[in-house]
Design a protein around this ligand. Structure first.
Ligand code: M6R
Length: 602
């Protein structure tokens, strides 16, 4: 978790660091800080709270052409001013920002304390500037000291460091993301591209074991032994506008509204002559696969359920596993197993661990992700991108839709390769309807009654979401979104499960949102009516032409489409419902408490 940034070049650094941190706040917003160096000491400014709080503590911007910054999601120690980064050594000569977890910090701290070092925070990070300072004393050279300090660390880290009197930034990575941005007159390092997208689209994705030295007019990448390393320069195709809120009150609302474009991008060029086609995946690429395991967390898990259902229907042995449970649920894995990691960020620790375990047992891996150069994309045997563009709101919206569509196409591609599998018989109709999906999402956005319904129900006691088949995964996703941003109790169930326990919680104060897709949804209707007869208001969420609409108390309508896609339209209605309810409850929609977008700890 956490976001880090560094900048060196012509002109002042502080504003660039602060605006870069704002674009990284989706990674954590417990505290924020910057350190700037201008030849007269390293100046650190930090506080608990968001970047906006940090800005309000600065009477003027600290002066200097180079600096580092951090926005925190707490792991070691509460979100206090003392625990905010950057951290320094005792003499305040070395300042460091860090994303990751140092596993051996207790031991390192004790060693350093025995040598007279005093610490000010509860963090694991603080050992790093102390180590660098200690090695500078003994070795006499900062680059060698940074190298030695990094070699001493166990765990995961992306760090950036500055040192008093040196016009230079040092950085290193292992297990946490770090991207180098190359502009004409300045260099950047950051946890993610949006931090510097206003300045440059030319990037180098650094690898584990890379150590970087940035001077104002040159950069060097070496391995930990000091040997030069060449890394390719990539150009990102995200528009800087994608990273801002534009005319919307919240990133989440913007991201819900940009789903038509995101979906068009996900689909573009991936249907060829009536078949699903993926760049870089040749015909027959999956011919040896006999089992597919989807591994994912949270919203990505719900998208994986969507894909899993389609693949099972195509006759392929399929498991959809929660990545955090992979070690106990995975069962047999061999070289004919394809493990598909579904992860928007490509950095979720649980998902990466599951893939590593599967591949260590012989499986082949495929990442389905939004972030080019992410750890999942780099570590997997193959990667497919969902092309949703940057998503900043902690609540995943457009990436869910893009994942579900990409996975649906992937399932047809896999089924086409596996000899005994049967791609959907009506896939021509399915693909035709897919081409209309962006337009149908627009219709939902233009005609939705979600705000009125949110107003009617936002002070209820509990919220239940039910659905069958594709509707089940949408119900789970609807409930996750609702609880995540409204802080209200919300649960999703398979329709038929309601009567096996949860019905005991149903009252007139617990609306039930019944998702149906126009397919086999008799169970959803029956179970919704059972809840209604116990007093619960029923909201039907799906196409117009369905018997549930006649009995429901309200209806969130979606355009008629192929049943495979109707759930995705229902999900847009539920995203809007959550958004408006959270707004009425005055919640911090883009930054829900205790959460961060990219969960890089187990
Ligand atoms: O980056 P990932 O897709 O791997 O993230 C997985 C979950 O942490 C994520 O989907 C989370 O559940 C969302 N914030 C929910 O809106």
């Amino acid at each position: 978790m956490c976001g880090i940034i560094a900048r060196i070049g012509q002109g002042e650094a502080a504003d660039t660091l602060l605006s870069g941190l704002e674009n990284l706040e989706y990674r954590g917003y417990d505290s924020a800080g910057i350190a700037v160096q201008n030849g007269s000491g390293v100046k650190v400014h930090k506080c608990s709270g968001e970047v906006a709080d940090l800005k309000s503590t600065l009477d003027s911007r600290p002066h200097g052409n180079m600096g580092i910054g951090h926005t925190r999601w707490s792991t070691h120690g509460p979100p206090t001013d003392e625990n905010a980064h950057p951290h320094t050594d005792m003499a305040r000569n070395v300042a460091v920002v860090h994303n990751g977890v140092i596993d051996n910090y207790d031991e390192l701290r004790a060693d350093l304390q025995a040598k007279g070092h005093e610490f000010e925070s509860d963090t694991d990070t603080e050992v790093i500037p102390h180590l660098i300072a200690e090695y500078r004393e003994t070795i006499g050279d900062t680059e060698a000291a940074v190298r030695r300090a990094v070699e001493t660390l166990e765990g995961s880290y992306a760090i950036a460091a500055i040192v008093d009197g040196e016009e230079r930034v040092y950085a290193a990575r292992k297990g946490s993301p770090l991207v180098l941005g190359l502009d004409d007159e300045e260099w950047f390092l950051a946890s993610d591209v949006p931090a510097f997208l206003d300045h440059t689209e030319d990037v180098i994705y650094l690898e584990d074991g890379d150590l970087v030295v940035l001077d104002p007019d040159a950069y060097r990448i070496t391995d930990l032994a000091g040997n030069p390393v060449e890394r390719p320069v990539d150009t990102v195709d995200w528009d800087p506008e994608d990273a801002g809120k534009g005319e919307y009150d919240h990133y989440m609302l913007k991201e819900i509204h940009t789903q038509p474009t995101a979906l068009s991008n996900a689909i573009e060029g991936r249907i060829d002559d009536g078949d699903a086609a993926f760049e870089d995946l040749s015909d027959g690429a999956f011919a040896d696969v006999d089992t597919v395991q989807f591994v994912a967390c949270g919203t990505s898990y719900h998208a994986a359920m969507y894909g899993g259902q389609l693949l099972r229907t195509a006759g392929v042995r399929t498991e959809v596993l929660r990545a955090s449970e992979y070690d106990v649920t995975s069962g047999p894995v061999d070289e004919n197993t394809l493990v598909v990691a579904v992860t928007q960020s490509g950095e979720t620790a649980d998902t990466l661990d599951a893939v590593r375990e599967a591949t260590s047992r012989g499986a082949r891996s495929l990442a389905v992700t939004n972030v080019v150069g992410s750890t999942a994309a780099r570590e997997a045997d193959d990667a497919i991108y969902i092309r949703a563009g940057p998503e900043v709101g902690v609540a995943a919206t457009k990436t869910y839709s893009s994942q579900a569509v990409t996975l649906a196409l992937l399932t047809q591609r896999i089924a086409a390769d596996i000899p005994d599998a049967t791609p959907a018989a009506d896939r021509e109709a399915m693909f035709d309807a897919l081409a209309d999906l962006p337009r149908h999402v627009e219709t939902v956005l233009e005609t939705t009654d979600a705000e009125a319904l949110a107003r009617e129900y936002f002070d209820s006691e509990s919220y239940f979401f039910i659905g069958n088949g594709f509707g089940h995964s949408v119900a789970l996703e609807g409930a996750l979104k609702f609880k995540e941003i409204t802080y209200e109790h919300a649960e999703g169930f398979a329709s038929g499960e309601l009567k096996h326990g949860p019905l005991a919680l149903v009252t007139e104060e617990s609306p039930v949102f019944a998702v149906y897709t126009g397919g086999d949804d008799e169970k959803t209707k029956t179970n919704a009516i059972e809840a209604q007869s116990r007093g619960a208001p029923i909201v039907a969420v799906g196409p117009e032409d369905h018997p549930l609409v006649d009995v429901a108390d309200a209806h969130l309508s979606v355009p008629d489409t192929h049943p495979v896609w109707a759930g995705l339209l229902a999900n847009v209605q539920l995203q809007l419902l959550s958004y408006h309810a959270a707004k009425l409850l005055d919640r911090p929609i883009d930054k829900p408490r205790n959460l961060a977008k990219s969960v890089t700890v187990e």
